[in-house]
Ligand binder design. Sequence first.
Ligand code: GLN
Length: 192
Amino acid sequence: MKIGVLALQGAFIEHQKSLIALGAETRQVRLPSDLEGLDGLIIPGGESTTIGKLATAYGLIEPLRQFATDKPTWGTCAGLIFLAKNIGIDSQPILGLMDITVNRNAFGRQIDSFEVDLPIKGLGEDPFHAVFIRAPSVTAVQGDVDVLSRLPDETIVAVREGHLLGTAFHPELTSDLRLHRYFYDMVEQNLP
Ligand code: GLN
């Protein structure tokens, strides 16, 4: 089982380290051919406009879209924006796969980074220490999207739609591997 990490820009090394800590095989993805033989993919946080521009330049948009159509894919922060169907900005290249509406930079400029302990559905009793950095929020969910976590004010910050997972925060910046384990299990369950 091999899990790729989109390595165009952003926090991809940290995701790889978390996957390696779980004993998973990983590969950095920069070109369409890097997707061959992967069983799952993480799209990291960073800057979604930059990730979109680089993905366009490297001919990755359509191959990524095809991959994430049936293989487990997890977007964190900018990666969540990249996976969403609706971000309210027509000119920005995105994959447009998850049935959610996302608001970029939802927490404004002044409080653009914060940390909070959150309960997350599927991770057990202990809250997860979530790091938000100029984070998006999920403002609406449609169809079969399952809400996994909300902030105390009810803002949605973690969602799952079948084989697609999205988190507005950065689990790769903490030593808690439970979300990586959760995704690893999703990938394992999806193996042919
Ligand atoms: N604000 C960034 C964007 O719009 C996301 C920030 C992040 O990934 N930490 O893409």
